[in-house]
Ligand binder design. Structure first.
Ligand SMILES: *Cc1c(COP(=O)(O)O)cnc(C)c1O
Length: 460
């Protein structure tokens, strides 16, 4: 059997994409201040900036959009949405939101008090920001293997259970309103968490009486990795594995822009009756009535249908296979990548790729800019440009562990042919890597989320 699995769909609506010339791209980059967020999407040939909300909906989802019931309260799509989330998660209450970060904001602004601590394998950046904004302390405790791009481990997203217990003992359970596990671990490279690890964290939470929540954005991709890699799961259906995963938690936050295969949407699901009441009250204040939560009836319908489609095993084999295929092409060409390839993206080790560029000159951002210049592909930097900030006390700059370029794969959007083009482009760039220059920030370098707004130039 060939490793590459063809797309399990045929295409009936197409959206043209256009190539630009190198001269045009050089001018576009200059105008954009060498920040790829500023590039008009029509000037991008293949867009791997993010997998969030960029997927293609199915004919079934589009058909559902036409059945949107736009009544204000208790529309029929709400009932379908609620029933679907309950069936999949087994959780008791469902609260719709318009995207994942609102779910986080609602939850943390309601449960956090000053100085409370929230452990996670790795907090995603919006989760971290929402905890900080509400006076809490986000703590990351992924296993050691999860921090090293060159080590193979089947479940690099696992929580370090010993460290978690030490943390609970250090702060005391009263200061820990919940423990979170992000499945798959986005900030750690889209790496999965094993069922065994979820069970161990659950046991620890039970021991200390602390609720456990998932950041569930890529729950289906995580379940597929469990099926492929964990003993005892290869004959189970993904939907059964999903149900088992959720049976260990008291609630979850979800961005439907990932594994619900839609362009906008999210939710919280949970068992706690009294917390649900408080969340619903606040939801009405910031999003809307609790049966639509900032979404149109048609959006609720698309989420309900997408959540089911995301668990389809042919789809998941294609999805996870596509990332692996691109990762393998790059590895075969000698391009240094984070190992093993995760579920939603391939991460190129930019510090190794451009080992002549110091961290202070952002090797990851240089690679992102050079990739666009070379072939019109848009990726994103996850490294010093995004994270290296001056310590306000010491004035020293804290650099992150890794300098990566992320090639995120939108769901059901690009074909194997597109991926070959991406792999070929990077192979060509690798051959001329020593000609690439470092970068410096010339505007907005002091802002916390500077990667969205800064302007840069090449170091001559
Ligand atoms: C995308 C994402 C979020 C935030 O969701 P939005 O819909 O972008 O607000 C939270 N956690 C993880 C792991 C994510 O990938």
């Amino acid at each position: 059997m060939p490793q590459y699995i063809p797309e399990p769909f045929r295409i009936k609506v197409v959206e043209p994409i256009k190539k630009t010339t190198r001269e045009e791209r050089a001018q576009i980059l200059k105008t954009a201040g060498y920040n790829v967020f500023n590039i008009p999407s029509e000037k991008v040939y293949i867009d791997l900036l993010t997998d969030s909300g960029t997927g293609a909906m199915s004919d079934n989802q589009w058909a559902g959009m036409h059945l949107g019931d736009e009544s204000y309260a208790h529309c029929r799509n709400w009932f379908h949405f609620e029933e679907t989330v309950k069936n999949i998660t087994g959780l008791k209450h469902v609260i719709p939101t318009h995207q994942g970060r609102v779910a986080e904001n609602l939850l943390f602004s309601t449960i956090l008090k000053e100085e409370m601590v929230v452990p996670n394998n790795n907090h995603f950046d919006t989760t971290r920001a929402n905890i900080l904004a509400n006076g809490g302390i986000p703590l990351d405790m992924v296993i050691e293997e999860g921090k090293d791009p060159d080590i193979y481990h089947p479940f690099k997203g696992n929580v370090n259970v010993e460290k978690l217990e030490d943390t609970i003992c250090k702060y005391g359970q009263a200061r820990i309103p919940l423990v979170m596990i992000t499945v798959t671990n986005n900030s750690g490279g889209g790496q999965p968490v094993s069922m065994e690890n979820i069970r161990s964290v659950r046991a620890l939470c039970d021991k200390y009486g602390i609720p456990l929540f998932f950041d569930a954005c890529r729950f289906a991709e995580n379940a597929y990795f469990i099926k492929m890699r964990e003993a005892g799961y290869k004959d189970k259906k993904v939907s059964e594995i999903v149900r088992e995963m959720f049976s260990h938690v008291d609630g979850c936050t979800m961005s439907a822009k990932k594994d619900a295969l839609v362009n906008i949407g999210g939710f919280i699901a949970l068992n706690d009756d009294s917390l649900t009441g408080r969340l619903k009250e606040k939801l009405i204040l910031i999003e809307g009535y609790f049966t639509y939560g900032g979404l149109a009836g048609r959006d609720l319908e698309a989420v309900a249908r997408g959540l089911v489609e995301a668990q389809d095993e042919d789809y998941l084999a294609y999805r996870i296979g596509q990332a692996k295929y691109l990762g393998d092409c790059l590895k075969d060409a000698g391009v240094p990548c984070l190992k093993p390839t995760g579920g939603h993206a391939v991460y190129v080790n930019a510090r190794k790729f451009l080992d002549h560029i110091p961290q202070s000159e952002f090797p990851g951002q240089s690679l992102v800019v050079n990739l666009y210049l070379h072939s019109g592909i848009r990726a994103t930097e996850i490294g010093s440009y995004m994270f290296a900030h001056k310590d306000p006390k010491t004035g020293e700059i804290n650099y992150p562990d890794m300098d990566l370029m992320r090639l995120a794969l939108p769901r059901r959007v690009y074909t194997g042919g597109h991926l070959d083009y991406v792999a070929e482009s990077l192979k060509e760039l690798y051959a001329i890597r020593h000609s690439m220059k470092g970068m410096r920030i010339v505007e907005n370098g002091e802002l916390a989320l500077r990667h969205f707004v800064a302007r840069l130039e090449f170091v001559e």
